[in-house]
Write a protein of this length. Structure first.
Length: 767
């Protein structure tokens, strides 16, 4: 039945091939115009699991206490001393410039020049205080001396002032939208504006500007992603050379490249049609679509040349090649597509968009490289490969065919089992999350990470902040029992490894109470009477971010030494332990807000999605192979090598200190989806001969003669293409390149070594 459908479809296509090619041309022009409107999109909310319980807390209190989407600008004086007119003029300019950039929440801009940055001191009559920068401030020696004294009284050294007085901080929270246009905030344009209006304008020999935050990181990642175009060009050139070496024909070199580029155009155009942009992570997908398209094209031109060599005309050879490859090629690409679609199960916007982008790209390859390519080839003249026709049986294929004999198969499977055991042991040690400091998407020597390390070294707070939200009842902060419990929670968390410092309403209230008692440290305790407690808490404004307007919500800020996976895990475990002990009907300690809170939610979402994703990927491949081969043995023979290679890839991640994160999680699915192609092409040829009763070794030998060179060529082409990513300016692209190169090569080896060994065990011949 299926053969009849394929034959009828082939007859229709080739009878109307000119009309079909015209339709492809019209579709390509239309989608090309759509692709020209594609924009880069790196929205913050795409990077977080919005339905995670942590993010529900984060979104609930985002407007009151700010979110994780913040910017920190450290203004450094290269002399090491900020108390000079040049520095304070530069700091004022940076503060004012950042304040007026669209997208900045102006109420949340903090620096020495913010009116909310105040000092308090104990005097004979009680308390005295005011802005750290007085209204009549001038950059004279006397004025700077006054400001220095106010800074020390305000207790902001380490927060707004570097601990060695070499720099000062300007920080701000970002809105989700541009107030001028009402559109979602263009993160990449905002990052470019920071670079142009802050760093380029105010950085001199005396003043250095250091900028960190999600928006700036996204901008730097996008700048690094522009190098993908260069890698794309290199890949096209390398692929063209290799395809020509394989085909020995200019026409058979150009046509596969053209069809693969058409697939990329269709994919980019369809993204615009469905309303998506292209973020820095999914910008790598067009590259993969091109490589996958070429790999399937190689199978097509290999099949056409073999039939031309056997005496067929080019048109007849193209039609027969289409007929023979539509099912195995379609199943392989459909497996890829459904495998990528399984990534939709992960509740992170950027991964879901990557899944849709990859699925669209691979799906259109069925049309461009399995249908359009043979139609175009049918209009050319393909010369027969006389070397193939007259040379004796290839010794390489004869030697490789021995893997399909029980004698060699036992050794192959034994070695495979050992490798799997060692790989599984290492794979179980794989970490979830980021394993390096700074921005993991960028190299350690990047400007952004160097800025991060400067701020980390000079200040006691960084963007590595986790916020525990304490939800209580109105006026809860006037009850001694409530603040005592918050204070106890804060004290226990502050003594957790990885926590550098903490801040909460309770700790500030203790310092205020000491101030009411002549600054005596013995009085640095929480007052027991409500009146005294109201007096202490009343000195803390809501603009401090330590309480809301009715004092029913009080955040506890945890400043961590870094955002490495193990640091976050230790702190989260401690908070969860304290939650179980302290949560009650009136007081709830809830995770989490702040940048590290977002990372913790993301890490947990990735960890939870890992197993279901693998089950979905392998389940989809299993069902499609079972439908295609109608054989459980054949299905297992294809899938088992894939599973071993996936395990070895996870072991490689452990050895190279690559954590399982948003950028690396899809790689395993991509590797499995693309790696299954090798096995399907090999086994689809073997299966026909095995059903006719041919011995396994002979069936495998004939499969190698027909498709072995194309399979090996495909593996090498894919691997060489992604190996250029080793030189990327983006750390996550380099990691993806390493893993994909490994999976492309080793999956190819698995298809030509492990698969026949399994077949030799499953289809044993009677003696």
């Amino acid at each position: 039945m299926l053969d009849k459908l394929v034959n009828g479809f082939e007859s229709y296509l080739f009878r109307h091939r000119a009309f079909v090619i015209l339709l492809f041309a019209i579709a390509t022009i239309f989608l090309g115009l759509q692709a020209s409107n594609l924009k880069m999109d790196a929205a913050f909310v795409k990077n977080i699991p919005l339905n995670h319980s942590y993010m529900q807390t984060y979104l609930k209190h985002q407007k009151q206490f700010g979110g994780a989407n913040s910017i920190m600008v450290a203004v450094e004086d290269t002399s090491g001393n900020i108390f000079n007119p040049t520095f304070f003029d530069a700091l004022k300019n940076v503060h004012d410039q950042l304040f007026f950039i669209p997208g900045v929440d102006r109420a949340q801009v903090k620096s020495l020049f913010s009116p909310s940055t105040r000092f308090t001191e104990v005097v004979e009559d009680g308390f005295a205080g005011g802005p750290v920068i007085p209204a009549d401030f001038s950059t004279t020696e006397y004025g700077l001396k006054i400001v220095r004294g106010n800074i020390e009284k305000a207790g902001i050294v380490g927060r707004l002032i570097a601990e060695d007085y070499s720099a000062a901080m300007v920080s701000a929270q970002l809105m989700d939208f541009d107030p001028q246009t009402g559109e979602p905030l263009d993160t990449l344009a905002f990052a470019a504006q920071l670079e142009k209006e802050l760093r380029e304008q105010y950085e001199t020999d005396e003043i250095k500007i250091h900028i960190i935050g999600f928006a700036k990181m996204a901008g730097d990642v996008a700048d690094g992603a522009k190098g993908v175009l260069l890698f794309f060009l290199i890949a096209i050139i390398v692929t063209a050379v290799m395809v020509y070496f394989f085909s020995k024909s200019v026409a058979l070199t150009i046509l596969p490249l053209v069809c693969s580029l058409i697939a990329v155009i269709w994919q980019l155009g369809l993204l615009t049609v469905v309303g998506f942009g292209l973020d820095p992570m999914s910008i790598l997908i067009p590259f993969l679509v091109f490589a996958i398209g070429v790999s399937h094209s190689v199978q097509m031109i290999n099949a056409v040349r073999r039939r031309v060599t056997d005496g067929q005309t080019t048109k007849a050879a193209a039609a027969l090649a289409f007929r023979s490859l539509l099912i195995p090629g379609g199943v392989a690409l459909l497996s890829d597509t459904i495998g990528f679609m399984t990534l939709l199960a992960i509740d992170i916007g950027i991964i879901r968009e990557l899944a849709i982008s990859a699925s669209l790209g691979v799906a259109v390859i069925i049309l461009t490289n399995l249908m359009l390519l043979p139609l175009l080839i049918s209009f050319t003249t393909v010369a027969p490969n006389k070397d193939v026709k007259h040379k004796p049986a290839n010794n390489i294929w004869l030697k490789l065919s021995k893997f399909a004999t029980p004698k060699y198969a036992i050794w192959v499977l034994a070695i495979t089992a050992v490798l799997y055991g060692v790989g599984l042991q290492q794979a179980n040690k794989m970490k979830i999350g980021d394993l390096q400091g700074g921005a993991p998407a960028l190299h350690l020597d990047s400007r952004y990470n160097q800025d991060t390390f400067f701020i980390t070294d000079k200040f006691s707070i960084t963007t590595d902040v986790m916020t525990v939200i304490v939800e209580a009842f109105p006026e809860a902060c006037t009850y001694h029992s409530v603040l005592t419990q918050i204070d106890d929670f804060e004290w226990q968390v502050s003594n957790t490894p990885g926590v550098e410092s903490t801040a909460s309403l309770a700790s500030v209230a203790k310092r205020v109470n000491a101030g009411f008692n002549e600054g005596n440290p013995k009085w640095s305790v929480l007052p027991r009477t409500t009146a005294s407690l109201v007096q202490a808490v009343g000195r803390v404004p809501t603009t401090s971010g330590l309480l809301n307007s009715d004092c029913s919500v009080m955040p506890i800020y945890l400043f961590l030494k870094d955002h490495k996976a193990e640091t976050i895990e230790v702190v989260i475990d401690k908070v969860n332990q304290l939650q179980q002990q302290m949560n009650n009907d009136q007081l709830q300690f809830k995770l989490a807000s702040g940048p590290v809170g977002v990372m913790a939610a993301t890490n947990e979402a990735v960890a939870e999605a890992q197993l279901p994703m693998m089950l979905y990927v392998y389940g989809a491949v299993f069902i499609l192979c079972l439908i295609s081969f109608r054989s459980l043995r054949a299905t297992i023979a294809v899938i088992l090598p894939l599973y071993v290679v996936s395990t070895l890839a996870q072991a490689l991640m452990t050895q190279l200190d690559i954590g399982l994160a948003v950028s690396t999680l899809p790689v395993i699915a991509l590797g499995v989806g693309i790696g299954v192609d090798y096995g399907i092409y090999i086994l689809s040829t073997m299966a026909v001969r095995l059903r006719d009763g041919m011995p396994v070794q002979q069936a495998y030998y004939e499969a190698l003669v027909e498709r072995g060179s194309a399979v090996i060529f495909t593996g090498l082409t894919l691997a060489i293409g992604v190996s250029t990513w080793f030189f990327s300016a983006l750390k996550f692209q380099m990691d993806m390149g390493i893993l994909l190169t490994f999976m492309f090569l080793v999956n190819m080896l698995g298809a030509i070594i492990i698969l026949p060994a399994i077949a030799a065990m499953f289809w044993r011949q009677p003696k």
